[in-house]
Write a protein that binds this ligand. Sequence first.
Ligand SMILES: [Ca+2]
Length: 388
Amino acid sequence: MLDIHTSKCLNAPQGLLRSVFACVLMLFTAQFMTLSHARAAEIEVEELAQGLQHPWGMAFLPGNQGMLVTEREGSLRHVSSNGQVSDPINGVPEVWNKGQGGLLDIALAPDFNQSRNVYLSYSEGGSARAGTAVGFGKLSNDMRQLEGFEVIFRQEPKMSTGQHFGSRLVFDNRGHLYITLGDNGQRPLPQDLDKLQGKVVRILADGTIPSDNPFVRDPLARDEIWSYGHRNPQGAALHPESRLLWINEHGPRGGDEINIPKAGKNYGWPIATHGINYSGSPIPEAKGEQVKGTEAPNFVWEVSPAVSGMAFYTGERFPQWQGSIFVGALRDRSLIRLTQNQDGVIEEQERLLKDLNERIRDVRSGPDGFIYVLTDADNGRLLRIGLQ
Ligand SMILES: [Ca+2]
């Protein structure tokens, strides 16, 4: 581009201010395009592992011991720091592997160094329908066994025929475990406080309920509930400074959201929402984008990327990424990078990995300062993302 513009400028009629101005503009444009091209080329992608069956969640082990990765079909595997994938780890619960259901997220206990406890979320079958369940087991020293797996939480009632399990797991710095729960495809239920569809719940590591949860004194509401009115939150992370939980959720068509759920608050679904049904019809229960008594999202995508997985960049390796929020996109097949401005307003900066054309299921900030993503496919991949 630069060559073409330059030669045009050299051939331009002499003495015409307009042409000179046009040339300067063209040169500026060419320079800008060169810069933006160079910027795009800065991304470096390294494939650490492939052949994973719809990998869903990952957790870094301490030291240089690699990570644990879930596969939706029901396997948990260890991936070493140089990308060696283990056989399935024994002792994982049986999962309901249908539709969006299966083995889903993973988190290490805050005291993993002592307890070696590993938490899993998964779809658990009932008589005909399934719901999200969470439990933990102790990872053996040889990492071949999850010992004594114990279920500590069940989404009740079980309402899913294959849709909307949510199910990200996040520990905060005070020993609470947050679990994000989808609406199971049962649209009105996120507003029902006696059911666990479309909720964020907060429990302790042993499954007991914190005494300061917002609804513990309300006999009509489930004590586990932290916030409600969610559709299908498949991304969650703890903000590294505020220590607040952030989530992203699949909204309807034109309504994917980021929320920062506060105790006892209503995040709207389905009475307050952006967007329409994927079928093209309006959402019957919706009263508007903003409805009194509900919390507006902190960020909305008017074209739904289908967001899954969320990470704050906590590394020091790439200063350009500090303060960034990364979100995986399934439908948009990209990794979205956002930042917050001085007023805390969330702003989308760029979409990375578009050229890979892969569904991004999960994203994490690695202890080595690289970003790690899982791609959602039969031959799913673990990729390490950096800047050149
Ligand atoms: Ca909402």
